[in-house]
Design a protein around this ligand. Structure first.
Ligand SMILES: Cc1cc2nc3c(=O)[nH]c(=O)nc-3n(C[C@H](O)[C@H](O)[C@H](O)COP(=O)(O)O)c2cc1C
Length: 342
C-alpha cells in the first residue's frame, strides 16, 4: 500500500482525491458514501451570490452594458444576440437551497463525515453577501472555496478592472474568516500566471484550476442558444494540467486541478505536474460513488507498481519549475507539436 496522504489548504487529507463542488454533496448519504469510498475531502455545492438578492443590481449593469453595445452593433442585433434581453431573470426560488438551509446542510455533513468539508461561495463581485463566509466558518467549514465566475466579456472594461474584482473578493472574504481560502478561477486572463501570482501574494491558500466555462451551443432552427450541461472527458484535463505545471513551485498557494479527472492516471498526472489535489465531478456523476474507490485503488496500484512509496514522491516531478527544459511547456513545445504535422 502506498501512502496517499497529502496536505491541501493546510488540511491533512488521507488522499488527494477531492469531491468537486456539485450536486454530489446535496444528499448526505451520497456524500457519506463518497467519504467511505476514500475521498480525501468534499467541496460542498455552492451557495450563489444571486441567492442574496444582489442579482438585480448585476442584471441592471448588464442592461446598461447592453445599451452601450447597441451603439456598436445596432439594437436589433443586440436583442437577438444577448441572452439578457429575453432570458427570464433567475429569482432566489430557483436555487435548491436557501443560504440558511445551506448552513444546516454543512453542519449536518460535518457531523456525518470525518474528512474535511470545504464550503463553496459562487459569485461575480464583492458585496455584502460575502459576510456569509463568517457563517460558513461558524457552521464548521474546514476551508472555503470561492468560485468567481466573472468573464471579461465587456469591451469597455479593462482587464485590470476585472482583475481588481477578484482581489477585492479575496480580501473581503479573508477579512471575514480565519479559514484558508481557495479561489476557483476561469483561465481567461490576459496574463494568467501574473494573476495567479497576484492572488498568491494577496493570501489565497489555493487556486482551483479551472472553473468550467459552460459555452452555450447554438440551435440553428429556433435560432437561439442552448445551455445544456456537458460532463467532461479526460481530454479536458489538458488545460488545467498545463497551467498547474507552469505554476507549481512558483507560487506558494496550493493548486487543485478540476476538470477532466476521470481515472487514476489522470489523478497521477495532476500530482506529477505539482497539484496538491485532483477534484472529481463528472466521473462520479456518470459512474456513481464507487468510482471514488476505483480511482483511489488505481492510484495506489500505479504508485506501487512504479516503485513509489507515496504520492509525495511523484508530486511535482513534471512541474515546469523543476523541468530541465522548461521551454517545452511554452513556445518550443507549441512549435514542436505543430511541426509534427508538416
Ligand atoms: C452538475 C454540476 C454542478 C456543479 N455545481 C457547481 C457548483 O455549485 N459550484 C462550483 O464551483 N462548481 C460546480 N460545478 C463544477 C465542478 O465543481 C467541476 O469544477 C467541474 O465539473 C469540472 O470537473 P469535472 O470535469 O470532474 O466534472 C458543477 C459541475 C457539474 C457537472
Amino acid at each position: 500500500m502506498s501512502d496517499l496522504s497529502c496536505k491541501y489548504l493546510g488540511l491533512n487529507l488521507d488522499c488527494p482525491l477531492v469531491v468537486a463542488a456539485s450536486p454530489l454533496s446535496r444528499d448526505l448519504d451520497t456524500a457519506a458514501a463518497l467519504a467511505s469510498n476514500g475521498a480525501g475531502a468534499i467541496v460542498l455545492f455552492s451557495v450563489f451570490q444571486e441567492q442574496f438578492g444582489e442579482h438585480d443590481a448585476h442584471m441592471r449593469r448588464a442592461w446598461e452594458n447592453q445599451s452601450r453595445a447597441s451603439y456598436l452593433l445596432g439594437a436589433e442585433q443586440v436583442r437577438r444576440a444577448s441572452p439578457v434581453a429575453h432570458a427570464p431573470l433567475l429569482d432566489r426560488g430557483e436555487f435548491l437551497t436557501t443560504p440558511e438551509a445551506y448552513l444546516e446542510h454543512l453542519s449536518a455533513l460535518k457531523r456525518r463525515v470525518s474528512i474535511p468539508v470545504i464550503a463553496s461561495l459562487n459569485g461575480y463581485d464583492n458585496g455584502r453577501w460575502l459576510s456569509f463566509a463568517k457563517k460558513l466558518e461558524d457552521a464548521g467549514a474546514d476551508a472555503l472555496e470561492i468560485n468567481i465566475y466573472r468573464l471579461g466579456a465587456d469591451p469597455y472594461v479593462a482587464s485590470s478592472a476585472t482583475e481588481s474584482v477578484y482581489l477585492e473578493v479575496l480580501d473581503a472574504v479573508r477579512n471575514e474568516v480565519s479559514l484558508p481560502v481557495a479561489l476557483k478561477l476561469l483561465p481567461f486572463f490576459s496574463s494568467f500566471a501574473a494573476m495567479a501570482h497576484k492572488l498568491d501574494e494577496a493570501g489565497a491558500a489555493g487556486l482551483v484550476l479551472f472553473n468550467r466555462f459552460y459555452q452555450p451551443d447554438i440551435d440553428i432552427e429556433r435560432p437561439g442558444l442552448t445551455t445544456d450541461l456537458c460532463l467532461s472527458s479526460s481530454e479536458d484535463a489538458r488545460l488545467p494540467l498545463a497551467w498547474a505545471a507552469m505554476l507549481a513551485g512558483r507560487i506558494k498557494a496550493d493548486i487543485a486541478v478540476t476538470t477532466g479527472i476521470h481515472c487514476a492516471e489522470d489523478a497521477i498526472k495532476a500530482v506529477m505536474v505539482g497539484a496538491s489535489v485532483a477534484m472529481l465531478g463528472s466521473t462520479l456523476i456518470r459512474n456513481g460513488v464507487d468510482r471514488m474507490s476505483t480511482i483511489r485503488d488505481g492510484m495506489d496500484d500505479w504508485l506501487g507498481s512504479h516503485g513509489y512509496r507515496s504520492v509525495e514522491a511523484v508530486r511535482g516531478i513534471l512541474a515546469q519549475a523543476r523541468h530541465a527544459d522548461p521551454a517545452v511547456f511554452e513556445r518550443e513545445g507549441y512549435t514542436k507539436v505543430i511541426n509534427r504535422y508538416w
